[in-house]
Every structure is written in structure tokens, then in C-alpha cells.
Design a protein around this ligand. Structure first.
Ligand code: ADE
Length: 368
């Protein structure tokens, strides 16, 4: 599995270990003054992030809602709702959380559902927060149930219920918590329990970006990185970045490597042609693993409906990787359909790869 993804521009679960380590490391991290934060701020990803809502490109409805929320909080002087962002990876959930904290003039503390394994972990963070702070819980769907239940009174009453003692002598002590905004982010809304979901006043879905928005983001990032780029090259990167800013910025950085190493004068279509052939990214943004997925469904299974477990074992890939990183974009492109009996390719996907499957086998009806 590693060789397929080693050079991948996708944010694969392979990176999760690293991400989790980073999250643990980030627990309770301030936006001010710490060395950790300076590292983050100096990293290029952080530098490419807009800090104000007005500089954020795309997601117009989300921006409108957040703008109203920020103004309301400022008017009332206190946070009243908690915010949940959901959507595919790489679309800017974390960026929006930073913007929100910045606009509310609070500090941001970052943790993740995977790092909050014990109630004590959450209690330690909460007791260090001040009014107006933002507590960002990434991958919030990974919070264990007891920790989740501990969040309920925090979200509703700004109170932390701590159980002291065990057995019949156990009692609950209620501690006050600062008036904070809890911001959750998840790629899997369905895995959030209804009671937790219902405690978020704002639930905002991030969607894939339009090509024009992607172009704007690429032009903006090129300026920040001091990179000359032609309009056509920006369009070309936009076409191949899977409607995802994180991927666009990664491609741009690889283009910068080529621009510097091969001493180009500008990032143009010629440079990109070489780059995309090196990275094996095709004109709609499919990578090697996506093409392998499509070819396998078309040839090995004659495009008859196939279940996710079968696909995972045939590709020697774990189910999560397939469901989170391969299929969403294929669905978005209209290359794949999920039917009650399994996954089926559309004629568009077959055409794209120039594969012919016996006509009867294509796009099976969804019910027998
Ligand atoms: N960089 C990454 N995502 C962005 C966005 N949505 N707007 C501006 N810059 C970005």
C-alpha cells in the first residue's frame, strides 16, 4: 500500500499517525507566543491560509453564515452557539476555524477526537480556557462516548461535571467553564451521535470548489509564494486539483520545485506538462490509484455492482482509504454510482479511461 501513496497528493489515512501525533502535540496550544505556534505560523501551509473571512475564497453560504454569527457574537459580547464544520478533507475546515477565532479575537486551542481518550484530557483543557476562546476539536467523530457526554453540560451550561469517588459514595461536582465557542470538524457527520450533533447551533457543510474559485486560490497562493505563473497554468492546476485547495497548493509547491531546479522563468503549461506526467495526474485530476480502482471495477468485475469489502480486498487497500479518499471525488465527477447492491461505474468513467465493457453490464439497474 505504501508505494502507491508515497508520492500521493491526496491526504491519505497513511498520514494519520503523523496527524494524530501532531494533534496530541497541539493539545491546548495557544495562538500566541509559544514556539510550537511559531513553527506552525512559519510553515508554508499556515502562511497560505487566509486570516480574515474577506480573504477566504469560495464557500459563499458558509461565509455568509459565519459573518452573521461573528457580528452577532460581537454585538452581544459573548459566544452563544457552537459550530460544526463537515465535509471532505482539504476543503478548508481548519482554515475557517482559525479565521473564526481570529475574528472573535479569542485564542484557539486545538485538539482532536482521537487525542481526547479520557475525560481527564478534556477537563485539563477546559479548565485552562478563557471567555471568548475557541476550542477546536478536529475529527470530533472519534471522541469516546464518556468524553462526549462530558461535553454536553459544557456546551449547554458552561459547566463541567466531575465525578469524585467511586461506587455509592461517588458524587458530582459542577465546575464553571469559561464562555467558549466549541468548534468541531469532521469528515463523517453520520458518525456523530444525534445528541452531540444537536448541541451545535451552526452546522456548516463545506463543498467542493468551483473551477473559478480554485483558480483564484492558486493565483493567490502563487502571489504569497512569490511565484510567477501564467493564467493558463493556474487554470490547468485548477482542473487537476480535485476541486480541493489543499491539493492545489501541493501541486503548486511541486511546480515551484521544478521551476527552481530546472531554472524556468515562469510556471507555464510546458512546465506543468512535465510535472503532471511525473506525478501521474491526468487531466481531470485522477491519480494512479483512482485509475486502478476504475480499471478493476470495469475489468475484474465487468462493472457489475461490487461491495466495498470486495473492492478493498481486491485493491489491497483499507476500506477507509477507499471511502474517504478515492470514492468521493469519483462520485463528484459523476464517474461512480453507489447502488444498494454495490458500486458501479458510469459510462463517463469508462469513456474517460477508454475501456469498453459489454453494454449490458454498464450501469445496472439499482434493484433486482
Ligand atoms: N487557501 C486555501 N484555501 C483557501 C481559500 N478557500 N481561500 C483563500 N485561500 C485559500
Amino acid at each position: 500500500m505504501i508505494d502507491v501513496f508515497e508520492d500521493s497528493l491526496l491526504d491519505m489515512p497513511l498520514l494519520n499517525t503523523h496527524k494524530m501525533r501532531l494533534s496530541r502535540y497541539n493539545i491546548g496550544m495557544d495562538t500566541t507566543n509559544t514556539e510550537d505556534q511559531q513553527d506552525v505560523q512559519h510553515s508554508e501551509n499556515a502562511n497560505l491560509r487566509p486570516h480574515k473571512l474577506k480573504d477566504y475564497i469560495g464557500q459563499e453560504n458558509v461565509k455568509k453564515t459565519l459573518k452573521m454569527f461573528i457580528e452577532a457574537v460581537k454585538k452581544r459580547g459573548t459566544a452563544t452557539e457552537h459550530v460544526l464544520f463537515y465535509g471532505p478533507p482539504g476543503l478548508g475546515k481548519t482554515t475557517l476555524v482559525y479565521i473564526l477565532a481570529n475574528e472573535l479575537q479569542g485564542e484557539i486551542k486545538i485538539t482532536s477526537g482521537a487525542a481526547l481518550q479520557k475525560s481527564g484530557d478534556l477537563a485539563a483543557i477546559l479548565t485552562n480556557l478563557k471567555d471568548n476562546d475557541v476550542l477546536f476539536i478536529d475529527e470530533i467523530h472519534r471522541i469516546p462516548k464518556p468524553v462526549e457526554e462530558m461535553l454536553y453540560p459544557v456546551m449547554e451550561d458552561n459547566a463541567l461535571d466531575i465525578i469524585i469517588g467511586k461506587g455509592p459514595s461517588a458524587r458530582t461536582v459542577r465546575l464553571p467553564v469559561a464562555k467558549i465557542t466549541i468548534v468541531g470538524a469532521t469528515t463523517k457527520l453520520a458518525l456523530l451521535s444525534a445528541p452531540l450533533r444537536d448541541r451545535f447551533g451552526l452546522i456548516l457543510r463545506l463543498d467542493y470548489y468551483q473551477d473559478k474559485e480554485m483558480e483564484e486560490i492558486i493565483v493567490r497562493s502563487s502571489k504569497l509564494l512569490n511565484l510567477p505563473i501564467t493564467d493558463k497554468a493556474a487554470t490547468e492546476i485548477a482542473k487537476r486539483a480535485r476541486k480541493t485547495p489543499r491539493i492545489a497548493n501541493r501541486i503548486l509547491k511541486r511546480a515551484r520545485d521544478m521551476y527552481e531546479v530546472d531554472k524556468h522563468e515562469i510556471i507555464d503549461e510546458q512546465l506543468l506538462e512535465k510535472l503532471f506526467s511525473l506525478l501521474e495526474i491526468d487531466e481531470v485530476g485522477l491519480q494512479k490509484i483512482d485509475r486502478k480502482y476504475i480499471k478493476m471495477l470495469a475489468t475484474k468485475f465487468s462493472n457489475l455492482p461490487v461491495g466495498i469489502e470486495t473492492i478493498a480486498s481486491a485493491l489491497s487497500e483499507d476500506q477507509q482509504t477507499i471511502e474517504e479518499f478515492i470514492e468521493p471525488y469519483l462520485l463528484q465527477l459523476g464517474f461512480l454510482k453507489k447502488t444498494p447492491r454495490g458500486r458501479v461505474l458510469t459510462t463517463q468513467a469508462l469513456k474517460h479511461l477508454g475501456i469498453s465493457v459489454k453494454q449490458n453490464d454498464v450501469e445496472q439497474p439499482t434493484l433486482v
